[in-house]
Design a protein around this ligand. Structure first.
Ligand code: MV4
Length: 500
């Protein structure tokens, strides 16, 4: 079989650029990396066949610079451009600029990006197709009196959302009528600042929902299939920490129903390539359409592990005009997959970014473990970009086995020089609500509040333990570990991994 393309430029950095390079290599496609001055020695640059510096570290002057990326693709003879996620992935003007330069954009048509970028229009399309939406406005709310009428009709609490927003930016929760006018004013000004459009809309607030999203694939020949759901309820400030597939809340019947709804929506806007349709699932297990993400998502690997399909290869084949070659009946699921995001952040200090040089790095391996990383020992995590360093993904025959495997893999993970989210991920994997599958979007807030309440006592205990250890050490005249002796993993009779 011939390769879908001769050469592809990857308009991204970090782990997702590496992920795309790997798919290209397996398909015999040449790769061109682009990089900013802060990324000269980044892994994606080392792994690509060719690499082009596109500018200074600031994203606006490099990874968001449409003209420079298109020029690099033309100069190196690339036939297609993969945008990854973030940066220009959902930018219709970028997709158009690629087409104008005779480059295939590996993603949906610009019209489909625009149709879903306007959240009010997307809601209206969903409703027209019989896809359930949260009760709310059909058009952007323009005046306060109309907003008050709609809010009273759907019932408080309500949420105000930016029409051109998404991902939780510019949202406002309104508990009672008295707060509405002020919240509207704040939401409008925030939306205008963040998205250059002050339009907002109103929805009834769903309390403690789950976030469930459906992966779809659509080819240029009219076939649309779904690859089931991912549950992404473990988030902090709209940053996902853990994702899994399947969702503990979804039955096979619900999967067919939600999946079919997602496919209908995609078909209606002429969607092509990989996409994700987001839903809220309430306590009664009713589902409501939220928005559609017109790109490959960070958490795509959990879907790959349970369906056995390579989403990036599918994207490349679809972009080259190939037929999907299978229908919904041939999509099957096996076992359970969980992903943990390894960010350069300090969870003990409110998740502040922790950029810097990675001193030592040893990623876990063994049965059922996948390490999708964008870093290596000696690499620097730049301060200019998102803090995601790597994703740890595990597969197991069932959810308990996947959790046990994730705990084992997290314990093997060794990374020094930067702080990471590993400790909080271990904490989540050991949480009884998590292991029971009782997830909702307030999960992390609860977990962090519990830990904060317990912190003073545990800190006292830690101090007492340290004092006792020092006293015993002195009493036994244990010699101090040599500064350059064996690694810490052999000290004090403790075994690797990770003494803490
Ligand atoms: C909501 C909601 C409750 N009710 N809409 C946040 C991200 C954006 N895509 C939509 N979001 C929400 N919309 C209604 N009508 C609660 C959230 C929400 C949330 C959703 C998914 C994952 C985490 C979340 C955390 C807080 C709020």
């Amino acid at each position: 079989m011939t390769a879908p393309f001769g050469k592809v430029l990857i308009a991204n950095r970090g782990e997702i650029a590496v992920r795309v390079i790997r798919a290209c290599r397996e398909l015999g496609i040449g790769t061109v990396a682009v990089f900013s001055e802060a990324d000269r020695e980044s892994l994606h640059v080392l792994m690509a066949d060719e690499a082009v510096c596109i500018g200074p570290p600031a994203p606006a002057e490099s990874y968001l610079a449409i003209d420079r990326i298109v020029a690099a693709a033309r100069a190196r003879g690339a036939e297609a451009v993969h945008p990854g996620y973030g940066f220009l992935a959902e930018n219709a003007a970028f997709a158009e600029a690629c087409a104008a330069a005779q480059l295939v954009f590996i993603g949906p048509p610009p019209a489909a990006i625009r149709a879903m970028g306007d959240k009010v229009a997307a809601r209206r399309t969903a409703k027209r197709l019989g896809v359930p939406v949260v009760p709310g406005t059909e058009a952007p709310v323009t005046d306060d009196a109309e907003a008050a009428r709609v809010a009273a009709e759907v019932g408080y609490p309500v949420m105000i959302k930016a029409a051109m927003g998404g991902g939780g930016k510019g949202m406002r929760l309104v508990r009672a009528a008295g707060e509405l006018a002020g919240a509207l004013r704040a939401a409008r000004s925030e939306a205008s600042g963040a998205f250059g459009d002050s339009s907002v809309y109103i929805e009834r607030y769903v309390e403690e929902p789950r976030h469930v999203e459906i992966q779809i694939l659509a080819d240029t020949h009219g076939t649309v299939v779904h690859l089931g759901e991912r549950e992404c309820s473990i988030q902090r400030r709209h940053q996902k920490l853990v994702e899994e597939s399947p969702s503990p809340a979804i039955t096979p019947e619900m999967r067919s129903q939600i999946g079919e709804a997602a496919c209908r929506l995609a078909a209606a806007v002429g969607y092509v390539n990989a996409g994700t349709v987001e839903f809220l699932v309430d306590r009664r297990r009713e589902f409501y359409f939220l928005e559609m993400n017109t790109r490959l998502q960070v958490e795509h690997p959990v879907t790959e592990l349970v369906t056995g399909r390579d989403l990036v290869k599918e994207q490349l084949r679809i972009a080259a005009g190939e037929k999907l070659g299978y229908g919904q009946d041939e999509v099957t699921w096996r076992g359970w997959a969980i992903e943990c995001r390894i960010n350069a952040e300090d969870p003990a200090e409110g998740f502040v970014p922790s950029p810097g040089r990675i001193e030592d790095l040893r990623a876990p391996g063994g049965p059922g473990v996948r390490d999708d990383s964008g870093v290596y020992a000696g690499a620097t995590v730049p301060r200019f970009y998102d803090t995601l360093m790597a994703k740890l993904i595990v597969w197991g025959p069932d959810r308990d086995a996947a959790i046990a495997r994730m705990r084992r893999a997290l314990a093997e993970y060794r990374i020094t020089g930067v702080r990471s989210t590993i400790p909080v991920l271990e904490r989540i994997m050991a949480d009884p609500e998590f292991t029971a599958g009782r997830l909702h979007t307030g999960f992390m807030e609860r977990l962090l509040a519990d830990d904060a309440a317990a912190a003073p006592a545990s800190r006292r205990l830690a101090l007492i333990a340290a004092a006792l250890a020092a006293y015993e050490g002195a009493a036994r005249r244990t010699p101090a570990a040599p500064a350059s002796g064996p690694g810490p993993w052999t000290m004090a009779g403790r075994v690797w991994p990770r003494p803490r």
